[in-house]
Design a protein around this ligand. Structure first.
Ligand code: HEM
Length: 135
């Protein structure tokens, strides 16, 4: 019998749709490359450390679990308490939109198909909007 997230069921997880850990790592690397290169996302870039390697690893580990793969982040750090962890940063609509911009370009760069891009964008937007802690 198929359980809900196994291949062939109607509701494949993002983890399955994207093709597992390697593709999530590529997406995260592309995401931070955009943040590093694109002057439009300067505000969000300046919130991050100069060396993005720790940020890359943490977002990768988080997204693997969030997408329905192994809970790499939880196993290391416990419950993400993501909103609380973002409180030190002033996240307004512009910062949220810069973060989403990096993600949208990254999804295009790694060549995710259009349906997956649209679905992921919608779900990640909800998380990004929840991180907002100021107008
Ligand atoms: C809305 C705009 C967002 C901004 C401006 C933002 C900014 C940041 C910053 C500055 C850090 C610290 C980086 C570091 O210490 O290396 C961080 C950490 C993190 N962010 Fe975001 N973020 C946003 C949205 C999101 C979203 C939507 C997710 C998940 C889908 C996310 C997941 C994470 C994770 C997992 C960490 C690591 C937390 C830790 O263990 O320290 N962020 N974020």
């Amino acid at each position: 019998m198929l359980s809900i997230n196994e291949p062939g069921s109607e509701t494949a997880s993002f983890f399955q749709r994207i093709g597992g850990e390697t593709h999530i790592r590529e997406l995260v690397d592309a995401f931070y490359d955009v943040m590093d290169e694109d002057p439009q996302t300067d505000t969000v870039r300046r919130m991050h450390p100069d060396d993005l390697s720790g940020s890359r690893t943490k977002l990768y580990e988080f997204l693997v679990g969030w997408m329905g793969g192994p809970p790499l982040y939880m196993n290391k750090y416990g419950h993400p308490r993501l909103r609380m962890r973002h409180l030190p940063f002033e996240i307004d609509e512009a910062a949220r939109d810069q973060w989403m911009h990096c993600m949208v370009i990254a999804m295009q760069r790694v060549g995710l198909d259009e349906t997956l891009r649209r679905d992921l964008e919608k779900s990640l937007y909800a998380v990004a909007d929840f991180m907002r802690n100021t107008q």
